[in-house]
Write a protein that binds this ligand. Structure first.
Ligand code: GRG
Length: 304
């Protein structure tokens, strides 16, 4: 993690505090492991509590803070983002998709619980996310019209015009020597839109102005792409122990990635330029946007 540009803001403490907030809420929200059917309840919790950076919820809360909002009433929304993210990881690891045995250093859900329960755990986490956003979030005192707009934005980012479509193209294009336009489509849809919506919905729920939303959209767009490029780079030269999963799988499956099209050096440069752009997009924000600035800088050196 780069610290050269950090003044008094402590990113490590910030991330740990926000992670704690999210984890406590998720723990209370989900059925306990001893609730019938116990094997399913265990599967629901297994991947969710197997680590993970909680990046999307933290970006959501940090964006709310950047526009001067309070975050307590946004915690259900933030947690819903993590539920959606976890469902996508469980399904992505399944044999008909990436067929991965390890994630975050632990056996994947289907290796522990079997494919059927892993599919169902993912299905349930996705469904619960929308329950959280539509009920708990609104009863938390959020403006219903704004909450509804945020739910639409998240749906668009993760559904048939977003993450799922990106995943579909990723699978359909395996081994096809796809070019830059396909790569751009996959990165934008599979990763970028969800990360971007995590930022903009946090700000929207905190009553951001149109101008603030536009700047944060641009921040999220640049951040999301930089994050995915870093992911592609880690799949080439990351440390499997730190990543908690194998590397080299993209090349083995002949997947189109930033390094496969642009090479490693140009990929690193593109990522650094995008991080710089993301930070630049926050130029009209005061110190309350420091967490967003530091989270963007953190991408460049992230190792997991
Ligand atoms: C199955 C519908 C469906 C979608 C799957 C998100 C996704 C699409 C697949 C996961 C595989 C992958 C490498 C996606 C790129 C996005 C990405 C970098 C995910 C990992 O996110 P992190 O780093 O994960 O935030 P942690 O472990 O920290 O939660």
């Amino acid at each position: 993690m780069k610290t050269s540009n950090v003044s008094c803001f402590d990113l490590v403490t910030y991330l740990s505090e926000k992670r704690g907030l999210v984890d406590r809420y998720l723990d209370a929200y989900l059925p306990s492991e001893d609730r019938y059917p116990q094997q399913f309840s265990k599967a629901l919790r297994y991947t969710l509590f197997s680590g993970g950076k909680r990046l999307r919820p933290i970006l959501h809360l940090a964006a709310a803070e950047a526009v001067g909002g309070e975050i307590q009433s946004l915690i259900p929304f933030a947690c819903a983002l993590e539920l959606i993210h976890t469902y996508s990881l469980i399904h992505d690891d399944l044999p008909p998709m990436d067929d991965d045995d390890y994630r975050r250093g632990q056996l994947t859900s289907h290796k522990v619980f079997g494919e059927a329960l892993a599919v169902l755990a993912g299905d349930a986490l996705l469904t619960e996310a929308f329950c959280l956003m539509s009920t708990k979030a609104v009863t938390n005192g959020l403006e219903p019209q704004i909450a509804l707009k945020a739910i639409q934005e998240i749906t668009e980012a993760v559904g048939a015009s977003g993450m799922v479509a990106g995943q579909a193209v990723d699978i359909l294009e395996e081994g096809h020597a796809a070019g830059a336009p396909v790569l751009e489509y996959i990165h934008n849809h599979k990763t970028g839109k969800f990360i971007c919506a995590s930022v903009t919905t946090g700000a929207r729920l905190a009553r951001a102005s149109q101008q603030e939303l536009e700047s944060l959209f641009q921040y999220g767009r640049a951040f999301g792409l930089a994050f995915q490029i870093r992911d592609d780079i880690l799949n080439v030269e990351g440390d499997p122990k730190k990543l908690g999963k194998s590397v080299g799988s993209d090349m083995a499956r002949k997947k189109v990635t930033y390094p496969s099209i642009h090479g490693l050096d140009r990929s690193k440069k593109a990522m650094e330029d995008l991080v710089e752009e993301a930070i630049e997009r926050l130029s009209s924000f005061d110190h309350q946007a420091d967490p967003l600035r530091e989270i963007a800088r953190y991408i460049i050196d992230r190792i997991d």
